[in-house]
Write a protein that binds this ligand. Structure first.
Ligand SMILES: Cc1ncc(COP(=O)(O)O)c(C=O)c1O
Length: 410
C-alpha cells in the first residue's frame, strides 16, 4: 500500500481547507498519478481513521475526483461537463466540482436546490429527467433552470403549462449494447418518432434546442456512441430542413471508470476519448454546443469503503462474515446498480478461504457477496472496498437503524 496521505477535513467546516488546498485541480491530478494504487491510501491511515471515527467509513479521494475531472477535460476538449449529481450527491464532491467550474445534470427539485446552494448559476444546470413533477417544473422556472429534457407528448403539454419558455432537449432511445444498466429501457423516444415530437413541440409554441441520449452505464463500447451520433445527425438534418433549428448535442453519461494506469482493464475514459471524441468533432466544427453528463466516470473510482467484521458464523459448512455496512447501505449499489466489488483485508499473504459477506440488517436479502476468497477473519477485522463511489452512498438507507457510513475526504 502506498505511503503518505493525510486527512484534509472531516466535515463541512474544514471543507474550506480542502477547497483552498485544491484550487488547482491539475496539481492534485499530477499528485494522484504518482499515488495511483488499487487501495489508494496507506494501511496506517485507514487504521488511524478507524480508531478515531469508527466504521463504516466512506472515504472520498479528493485527488481522484480532480484527476477524473481533469481527464474529461483532457480527452474531451471543448465538451462541457455536466456532472450527474445522482451518481454521488455528497456536498463535498459537489463543492469541489462547482469550484472547478463544472456544470451539473440534476434530476429533481431537490438536486436543483442542492446545486444552487453551492452558488452555481442556473445556466450551469440541465434538468435531465424526462419525467418531471409539475411542482419541480415550477421550481425550475422560478430558479431559471432553462435546459430541460423530454421524450414524450404528455411532458410537452406539462411543460407548456408550467414552463413554456424553457429550452428543451429531446432524448432519443439509442443502442446500449454491453452496458450494465440500460438507460434507454425507460427513456428516450424512438428515433423514427423524434420528428413528430419536434413538430408537436413547435406547434405548441415550445422551443427545442437540442438532442440527447444515454448509451447505458457503464458503457465500454464506443459503437453505442457512434450509432447514437449517426441517429442524431439524421435528426439534426431533418429538423433543419423543417426550420427547427437545433444547436446542442448532449451525449449523456455512461463513461467507464478512469483507469489510466491499470493495464489489461476494461475501456477507460481515455479510450472512450480516443474513440468517441473524433465522432464529436464534426458536430463541434459545425457550431453545435456539445455537452456530456458523466456521473460514474467522475466518482466511481474516487471512493473507498472501510467496513468491519461485526459477526462471524458457519452455516451449512460455509463461513459467513457479517459487516457493519450492507445492501441497505453503501452496497445498495449491488441491487440498484448491479455492481460487483473487490474486497481487501489488511492481512498479508495468508491462505484464503471462500466465504460469504453479509450486511448487518435482519433481512436475508442483505447478502453482499458469496464465494469471496479472503484470509480467515476475526471480529473487528477491516474490509476495504475500492471503486465504490457511484450509485452507492446515493441510495443508502438507515433501514433497521443502521447508520450510513461516516464520510471523510482524504
Ligand atoms: C440522464 C442521465 N445523464 C447522466 C447519467 C449519468 O450516467 P453515468 O453515471 O453512467 O455517467 C444518468 C444516469 O442515470 C442519467 O440518467
Amino acid at each position: 500500500m502506498m505511503g503518505e496521505m493525510h486527512i484534509l477535513h472531516t466535515n463541512s467546516i474544514t471543507a474550506e481547507l480542502l477547497l483552498e488546498g485544491v484550487g488547482d485541480f491539475r496539481a492534485m491530478e499530477r499528485r494522484a498519478r504518482v499515488l495511483e494504487k488499487t487501495i489508494p491510501v496507506s494501511e496506517e491511515l485507514v487504521v488511524n481513521l478507524v480508531k478515531r471515527y469508527g466504521t463504516p467509513l466512506f472515504l472520498i479521494l479528493g485527488e481522484r475526483i480532480a484527476r477524473n475531472y481533469a481527464a474529461f477535460q483532457e480527452f474531451f476538449p471543448g465538451v462541457e461537463i455536466f456532472y450527474a449529481v445522482k451518481a454521488n450527491p455528497h456536498p463535498l464532491i459537489l463543492e469541489m466540482l462547482a469550484r472547478w467550474g463544472s456544470s451539473f445534470d440534476v434530476a429533481s427539485a431537490q438536486e436543483i436546490a442542492l446545486i444552487l446552494e453551492h452558488g452555481v448559476a442556473a445556466e450551469r444546470m440541465i434538468f435531465a429527467n424526462t419525467i418531471k413533477k409539475k411542482e419541480a417544473l415550477q421550481y425550475a422556472r422560478e430558479k431559471h433552470i432553462r435546459l430541460l429534457t423530454y421524450d414524450n407528448e404528455a411532458e410537452l403539454y406539462k411543460i407548456r403549462t408550467f414552463y413554456p419558455e424553457a429550452d428543451l432537449v429531446l432524448r432519443l432511445k439509442v443502442p446500449t449494447l454491453g452496458s450494465r444498466i440500460d438507460l434507454s429501457y425507460k427513456f428516450g423516444v424512438e428515433p423514427e418518432e423524434a420528428m413528430y415530437l419536434l413538430r408537436l413541440a413547435k406547434s405548441l409554441g415550445l422551443r427545442t434546442v437540442g438532442l440527447s441520449f444515454h448509451v447505458g452505464s457503464p458503457c465500454h463500447n464506443p459503437d453505442n456512441y457512434r450509432r447514437s451520433l449517426e441517429m442524431v445527425k439524421v435528426i439534426l438534418n431533418d429538423s433543419a430542413r423543417e426550420g427547427i433549428s437545433l444547436s446542442l448535442v448532449d451525449i449523456g453519461g455512461g463513461f467507464p471508470l478512469h483507469t489510466y494506469y491499470a493495464e489489461g482493464e476494461e475501456a477507460s475514459v481515455e479510450y472512450m476519448g480516443e474513440t468517441v471524441y473524433p465522432l464529436l468533432k464534426p458536430f463541434m466544427a459545425r457550431g453545435y454546443r456539445v455537452i456530456a453528463e458523466p456521473g460514474r466516470g467522475i466518482v466511481g473510482n474516487a471512493c473507498l469503503l472501510v467496513t468491519r467484521v461485526i459477526g462471524k458464523a458457519v452455516h451449512s459448512g460455509r463461513v459467513w462474515y457479517y459487516l457493519d455496512d450492507g445492501l441497505y447501505g453503501t452496497f445498495s449499489a449491488i441491487p440498484f446498480d448491479k455492481a460487483s466489488f473487490t474486497f481487501h483485508t489488511l492481512h498479508n499473504g495468508e491462505e484464503k478461504i471462500p466465504c460469504v459477506l453479509a450486511g448487518p440488517t435482519c433481512d436475508s436479502l442483505d447478502v453482499i457477496a458469496e464465494g469471496v476468497f479472503l484470509p480467515s477473519l476475526e471480529i473487528d477485522d477491516l474490509i476495504l472496498v475500492p471503486n465504490i463511489g457511484a450509485y452507492s452512498l446515493a441510495s443508502a438507507t438507515n433501514f433497521n437503524g443502521f447508520e450510513k457510513p461516516r464520510v471523510l475526504v482524504v
